[in-house]
Structures are given as C-alpha cells and as structure tokens.
Design a protein around this ligand. Structure first.
Ligand code: SF4
Length: 621
C-alpha cells in the first residue's frame, strides 16, 4: 500500500518530491486547499489517494489564464472540477444581491479569487488547456444545478450545469463511491456503462427502448412508481420550464419524491439531448464513513498560504462531523437533495480517533471541540424502521407534519457518544453548534438535560424560522408552540445544571407565503419575549428546493391549484427584514409607514404591543 502525501501536490515540484511524473486526477477547486475533512475537495482527494490514485490539486486558479490550469500537466484520467464548498454565486452575493466583500474560503478572507459560476468557467479552461480532457463535475454548485433550474442572480431558468459546462459527467451528493468507480473504469480504459453507476448525471441523445418512460401531466403525479427499475421518470423539459414556471414546480416535486437509492433514473430533455440522472447511491455504511473521516488529513491549510488565515478553516478546524444527511425536509433546504434523507453515521471509535487527531494536530488547540454535529445536531444513528419500504414512502419529511411512527428517534447513541468524548483526557468540553432539531429533541428529556449541562456555552442557536402557522406550513417546520415547549424544557434543564442559558432563535423573512402582516406578527412575538435579533435570514431561492419552486411559480409546491403570494424584488424582501429588526431606530420611519399602510397604526406608540414609538419630530411640528 502506498503511503500518503503530507499534502496533495499543488506544483510540479511537489509532484517530483513524491516521485510522480503525472497526476492521474487533478482536482480544480474554487476554495483554498485545506487538507481537512470539512472541505469536500480534501475528502475526495484523500479518498482517491487511498485507492492508489495520484491526485493533484489546483486551488483557486487564475481563470483568466489557461496556463494556470497547466501547472500540474495533463491528468492521466480526468479533471475533477468543483466550485468548492459553496455555490460560487452564494459565495459572491448576499440574498439582497449585494457583492460580499469577504470570502471565508480564501486566504485572509480575500474576495475575488474565484469567478462567478466557477464550475462552468473552470471546466472551459481545463478544456482550453488540454483539449479532449475528460471532465467530471462535482460539489454542491454542480449537484444542485444538475437539472434545469432557477438562477436567482440572473432571474432566469438555466439549463443543467452539465450542458453549460460541456462536461463529460456530473457526480452529485456523496461522491466517494462514484468517483472511485469512474477512476477505476477509466484507468482500465473501459467505457463506463453510465446507466449503472448511482449518483451520476450525463447526457445522451436517446433513451434506450428497453426503458419504459413514466410521464406525468399536471394532475397525475401520484402515479409515480419508484419500484420499476426498468423505467425512467421523465421530468418537464428545460424548454417547458422556461416558458411556464409551473413546470419547475412539477419537476422539483417529482425529483424530490424520486431521489432515493434504488429508484429509477430521471431524464429531462434539453433541446435535442437528454439529461440522464441516476438515482443516488445507497447510503454510506458506518464503516465507509469511518474510513473517509479517518484518512490521513493534515488538518491544516496547505503551507503555500504561510501565515494567512482561512476564515472557514478557523471556524471548523476543531469541529467534528458525526453524520451526513437529514430527514427533516424543510422546504427551503437542499440537504436532502445533496446528502440524502437517510442518516449516515460514524462509529464512536472513529469520532474518538478524530478527537485525538485534533488534540495532536490542531494548532493552539484550546481543549474544546467546537462542534459535534452534522447537517442537524441530533439525528445521529437515527432512521426509518422500515427502510425496506423506503421507495414506497410518500412523505417528503420524516418529521413533518408529525414525527412518523416508523422513525427511530432514540437519542441514546448520541448521548453515549457525547459522554465518551467528554471523558477523553485533555478534552475540556465539546460544544454543539449545529442546529438542534427541537421537535425531535423533545423525544428525549435526557438528551436536553445533557445538552444543556455539558454542550452549550450560554447560548444555543435554534431555528424556528417563523411564528405564524401558515408560513411554517409552507416551510414544513413544526408549529411555534413546539419551539416554546422546547424553550421551557431547555430552561429547566439549564437550571438543573446550575446554568443561566438562552436560546437564540433564527428567523427567516421573505419566504413564499409570508407577507408583511406575517412579519409584523412575528415581530410582536419576538417583542413579547423581549427578543431583539440581529441576524435575520432573507430567504434565498437557491437551486433545487421546494421553496424556490414556489418562489418562481407562485404555486404551492405540490398543489398547482393553490396560489402562494411571494415577496419579490429587493424592496419587498428587505422591508420584511426591517420589520423584524423593529428595535433598530434606523428602521422606525419605514416601519411606521408600513404599519399605517397595513392599517396597524395601533402598533405605533408606547403600549406593550407597540413595535415602534411615535415620531417625536412630527409631534413637535
Ligand atoms: S416511513 Fe416514516 S420514517 Fe420511514 S422514510 Fe417514510 S416518513 Fe421517514
């Protein structure tokens, strides 16, 4: 077995030091190269290395110069292209479309080191550098743009990124197995049987006759049959979606229902070609998760960055991923379409091994693990009790509207893990910074006790998102009284532990179905609790979420007959944010105007329900 490189090479000199004349695979990424399992590029690079492939990295190349893509020579097998840990447009612009002045994934937070739509630009430059190279797209930008999709930044429907990037293949979601399989096939010069590799997308000119095509009109989506392996499911075409946005809703809804391991592939016509998207891979086993997270990462940024700090690394360097996936199904979130709804957990032993690696390798380690979590903090080792019927399950969420009776909600494996981590010599504590799913946490008072006692340092961030029932319904989030029950229990548990601790609720504005009156109601809810929140998330219609389909079509995500009002345009969206920040003097004039317009002027004044005071200047005149 080959030994691993201290860092994957980024120059020819480093390749030479490893005794390589060529890389098998070159990963081009929009992020700085940090050899840490919190960075997708490091994971994929190390996984391929562990399978004997020679992997080089070109981080943040100058995309204006094709020579920057030649620095490692031509790869023997393929270029792997990724925008990095974030979609490059989300990385560059706020939800108010303002340009961000910092990039957390670049040295010293420097902005401007990657292009807009980085995957498309990088793929084009790889081709220019070495015409005829095989190009595989990956990462979140490509994964969530795998179908025809809405692009908020250009306010347009765009084709699948596979076509715009003119790449050979796209791997979405958990890419480890698929990328190794592709590398093996290409090294053996076998032409891949694309239809047989889960988790990939490719283009083709026709659908083989052996496949039966499941087609849907507006009304008959309920006939979707996921247990027909010899069929393909046809989504509305790019051209149809472009002309009529309701087809985006239809395609998104079907893609959500059908993106399950073992389901038929999805096809979508783009002009005279078909996009073919295979079902996602079977979930990673605990053993595979352990292997992936215990690879020999340096757990540091590449030495080329010298003393520069990479903010995202500083934030996550001492945190640990316990699991992947989420079965929560919030309609504005795309995790399920990326990592899947089935939870994939690591073993306790593997987590302990990583804690010890942090102790040994992390610079200036404080003794505290900054997060023991994942997409959601408390889904470790949980899952469906009848997974053999998973393809038949008609629900989009295992938690909403009620926690499914088939869901195993046992928190004891997580409690056991927390206890074992806390006992490791030299560990002063481990925080939980990932979002706690509070409806699920209410299933275990022991969990809330241990969370409050040992894993919260004064404040716990929680995301109820809204107070109004009809808004929460469209977000597929639990009703606000569930949050309030959790709040009481958390307070009690904190008191039992002799601690004074608080919840910080995260709220969202401008989600489809949320109007200004709803925001006033939410502001009153906050005021009644004496809460003044500074961080308000303005809903961002990112590709491939159910909420984005509502934003575009103005229709409910699974009922086209039901219209949904959508706050669109910068002003309408930022007014909603302003209302939530009722305590900010700078917003008072604007909020008064809105309250008059909404015929809610009784909320201006000094009573306990009032959101803003009267305008003293006007009174004086
Ligand atoms: S049956 Fe219940 S627990 Fe299983 S996948 Fe469906 S909703 Fe989730």
């Amino acid at each position: 077995m080959k030994s691993s490189a201290p860092f994957l090479p980024t120059t020819r000199k480093q390749m030479k030091q490893l005794g390589w004349d060529q890389c098998d695979i070159i990963i081009v990424t929009g992020d700085a190269y940090v050899d840490h399992p919190g960075f997708g590029c490091a994971i994929i690079g190390r996984v391929l290395e562990s399978q004997g492939f020679r992997v080089g990295i070109i981080p943040q190349p100058d995309w204006r110069n094709k020579d920057a893509f030649k620095i490692l020579g031509k790869p023997g097998l393929f270029f792997g292209v990724t925008a990095g840990n974030m979609d490059s447009m989300v990385n560059h612009y706020t939800s108010e479309r303002h340009v961000r002045d910092k990039d957390a994934y670049s040295p010293d937070g420097q902005a401007g080191l990657r292009p807009n739509r980085a995957s498309i630009v990088y793929a084009q430059k790889c081709r220019e550098a070495y015409p005829g190279s095989y190009i595989i797209l990956g990462g979140i930008e490509c994964g969530l743009r795998r179908f025809a999709h809405y692009d908020f930044w250009s306010d347009k429907i765009r084709r699948s990124i596979l076509f715009d990037a003119k790449a050979d293949l796209l791997i979405y979601g958990n890419a480890e197995r698929a990328i190794v399989e592709m590398a093996r096939l290409l090294i053996n010069q076998q032409s891949p049987q694309y239809t047989k590799i889960p988790g990939i997308a490719f283009s083709c000119s026709e659908i083989p006759e052996t496949y039966q095509i499941q087609e849907f009109s507006d009304m008959d989506r309920k006939t979707l049959d996921l247990k027909q392996p010899s069929s393909v499911i046809k989504l509305s075409s790019f051209e149809e979606i472009k002309v009529n946005p309701k087809y985006l809703s239809q395609a998104t809804y079907i893609a959500y229902m059908a993106t399950k391991p073992g389901a038929p592939s999805l096809i979508q016509k783009h002009d005279n070609r078909f996009l073919w998207v295979n079902a996602p891979p079977q979930p990673l086993t605990t053993q595979e998760m352990d292997c992936i997270y215990n690879l020999p990462y340096a757990r540091l940024p590449h030495p080329m960055y010298g003393k520069s700090k990479i903010p995202a690394f500083e934030m996550i360097k001492d945190s640990i991923t316990l699991m992947r996936g989420c079965f929560g199904g919030c309609s504005f979130c795309s995790i399920a379409m990326h990592e899947g709804r089935i939870i994939q957990s690591r073993s306790v032993e593997s987590v302990i091994k990583e804690v010890k690696a942090i102790k040994k390798q992390s610079p200036k380690f404080s003794g505290y693990i900054s997060d023991l979590g994942g997409p959601t903090a408390n889904m470790y080792m949980m899952g469906c009790g009848q997974l053999e019927k998973y393809l038949e399950c008609p629900r989009l969420s295992c938690l909403y509207p009620k926690i499914c009776k088939h869901l195993n909600t046992d928190h004891s494996p997580l409690i056991d893990l927390y206890r074992k981590v806390n006992k490791i010599p030299g560990i002063k504590g481990a925080w939980v910074a990932s979002g706690v799913r509070y409806d699920l946490a209410l299933k275990s008072s022991e969990y809330i006790d241990i969370l409050a006692r040992n894993h919260v340092g004064g404040y716990l961030k929680i995301a109820p998102e809204h107070s109004e029932a009809h808004c929460l319904k469209l977000m597929m989030k639990p009703e606000i009284n569930t949050y309030e029950i959790f709040e009481r229990q958390f307070k009690k548990s904190s008191q039992k532990a002799g601690k004074k601790q608080y919840l910080i609720p995260y709220m969202m504005c401008a989600h489809p179905g949320t109007d200004h009156k709803d925001m006033v109601a939410l502001a009153q809810w906050l005021k009644n609790k004496n809460l003044k929140i500074d961080q308000v998330q303005i809903f961002l219609p990112t590709p491939l979420t159910l909420s984005t389909s509502m934003y575009v079509s103005g229709k409910h995500f699974n009922n086209f007959k039901k219209s949904v009002s959508v706050p669109k345009g910068g002003r309408a969206r930022s007014i909603q944010k302003m209302i939530l920040r009722y305590h900010d003097k700078n917003n008072w004039d604007e909020i008064r105007k809105i309250l008059y317009r909404l015929k809610l002027s009784h909320l201006i004044g000094y009573g306990k329900d009032c959101l803003v005071p009267k305008n003293i200047k006007l009174l004086q005149i």
